[in-house]
Design a protein around this ligand. Structure first.
Ligand code: ZN
Length: 207
């Protein structure tokens, strides 16, 4: 925690637009992270937009706590055990933006009925649970299907991708219709994070 402040300053200077927090309970995915204390500390340190991705079994139960700790947006999985509409409502009631996410094996259609109620859809481009995995190319089709449904319905929801995003995969997902890219390993392993972030941000749709 001693280096938190200097790490946050580095992130603020890198040109990225928001901080993405992966929260895992060791049940919904086979990994555990302790989200709340870190989120609270980060929230006290920066004014950056805090995007919280809950990979937990019962997100509804924890929505108010994450909102209290500074989450500006809360994303949860429709594969979790919580009622989807109830969870979306709970997030909005806390004043945060609401988003739903799907794992690679879940079809795009599964989120269609919720599109009018969410600010964003997160399409997992790797199996959730661990960083450093390779992008699953088939997930780009789901991004495309969800983006066209959003357009068809005349909505303004964002489409986020998470997993294996780097300078090579960014054009694939952006062309498919994603407009928010989560990048972990690619940015953190880069010699110059700002330069790596700029590379992702300069990708524009080529179709
Ligand atoms: Zn994530």
């Amino acid at each position: 925690m001693l280096n938190l402040e200097s790490e946050i300053r580095k992130l603020e200077m890198s040109g990225i637009d928001m901080l993405h927090f992966d929260v895992m309970d060791g049940v919904f995915v086979n990994n555990i992270t302790y989200g709340l204390p870190i989120l609270e500390a980060v929230n006290k340190t920066t004014g950056m937009f805090l995007d919280v991705h809950l990979m937990i079994t019962d997100p509804l139960k924890y929505v108010p706590r994450f909102a209290e700790c500074g989450a500006d947006m809360i994303t949860f999985h429709i594969e979790s055990q919580s009622d989807v509409m109830e969870t979306i409502d709970a997030i909005k009631k806390c004043g945060a933006k609401a988003a739903v996410s799907i794992k690679p094996a879940t079809p795009a259609e599964a989120v269609f009925e919720f599109l009018p109620y969410v600010d964003m859809v997160l399409v997992m481009t790797v199996e959730p649970g661990f960083g450093g995995q390779s992008f699953i190319p088939e997930t780009a089709d789901k991004v495309r299907q969800i983006r066209s449904k959003i357009t068809e319905l005349g909505l303004a929801a964002d489409v986020q991708v998470d997993g294996g995003i780097n300078a090579e995969t960014a054009p694939i997902v952006i062309n498919a219709g994603a407009n928010i890219l989560v990048s972990g390993s690619y940015l953190f392993k880069a010699a110059d994070m700002a330069e790596a972030a700029a590379k992702l941000k300069e990708v524009t749709p080529s179709v």
